[in-house]
Design a protein around this ligand. Structure first.
Ligand code: PLP
Length: 293
């Protein structure tokens, strides 16, 4: 059992060193700070068992490749560092955050020198997805997508997501979903979004407008296992036959969304299919405790 007290000592990894969190620093000329020139991952760990660590590391590799950063470690070495970081921190259930930036250089947009990428790993508590919200379901709003055109890259440039979340908070809802120019639902600020339409699970196809969520993949494969048809296509909230809406992310698992822009979805309470998918996903989380990496 890991320690649990109010005064927890957290440890971070920065460029080959594990340090107390307060001493973990990067240079002010790090391009992550100057230009948001970097990418990241958030991996969940339940009692030492990781939720699809390989898939997260492969996505990190893809994000790095997309912006021409060479990962400073092999995937095997990264896996080992993630495990060390988890064990050096006090949480049983944790979110392991991995950030890679292009590195430190005198501030200039153009990258004209070889740089050693900066690698940071931090670990935070991951409260088990709570059932409290399930009684009412999550509420959300929609916003016109103001993000860039490479949302498939898990970039640390999260200003639009911060603004979206702030707006959601002002409207006293939990998440904001981005709409394309034709009002199709794309994804949330930090979640993927699905609908149940005529009994079919529908979600936007993978393209430059959404992040390929690891839990999105889980939802799709759980739904297929249950015998549901899955369609990856543009969809709108006002489609006839839409009975449920769901969102997914590493930190939320899959959650029923019961109201969007003040309008009830279906009966306005968590629906049967969403609850079933959630129960199955939480079962998989629990199984991870017994199948540690
Ligand atoms: C924009 C966006 N979409 C989707 C997700 C969900 O991804 P995952 O299921 O891999 O946590 C996230 C997670 O942070 C996100 O930021």
């Amino acid at each position: 059992m890991k320690q649990s007290s109010a005064n927890l000592q957290l440890t971070a990894y920065v460029n080959d060193k594990f340090l107390p969190l307060e001493q973990a620093m990067v240079h002010i000329e790090d391009r992550g700070f100057q230009f948001a020139d970097g990418v990241y991952e958030v991996v969940a760990c339940f009692g030492g068992g990781y939720l699809d660590l390989d898939a997260h590391l492969q996505r990190l590799e893809r994000s790095c490749a997309a912006i021409e950063i060479v990962l400073p470690k092999s995937l095997e070495a990264l896996k080992d560092l993630v495990q060390q970081a988890y064990h050096k921190n006090p949480y049983e259930d944790a979110m392991v955050y991995i950030q890679v930036t292009r590195g430190v250089a005198p501030r200039s947009h153009v990258v004209n020198q070889a740089m050693q990428p900066t690698l940071v790993i931090t670990v935070r508590d991951l409260p088990l997805p709570s059932d409290t919200k399930l009684r009412t379901g999550v509420k959300a709003c929609t916003l016109k997508d103001i993000r860039w055109k490479h949302c498939e890259i898990k970039s640390i440039a999260l200003l639009a997501s911060v603004m979206g979340k702030q707006e959601a908070s002002r409207r006293e809802v939990d998440e904001a979903f981005w709409l394309d120019e034709k009002n199709h639902m794309l994804e949330g600020c930090a979640t993927n979004v699905f609908a149940i339409i005529d009994g079919v699970l529908v979600t936007h196809a993978l393209d430059h407008q959404i992040l390929g969520g690891i839990t999105r993949d889980m939802v799709i494969s759980l739904a297929k296992d249950l015998g549901f048809v899955v369609q990856q296509r543009p969809w709108k909230l006002d489609e006839k036959g839409l009975t449920e809406c769901l969102m997914s992310s590493t930190t939320n698992a899959v959650m029923p969304v019961c109201a969007v822009d003040g309008q009830a979805i279906g009966a306005g309470v968590p629906g049967e299919i969403g609850l079933k998918l959630r129960a199955l996903m939480l079962e998989q989380f629990e199984e991870l405790r017994h199948a540690k990496v």
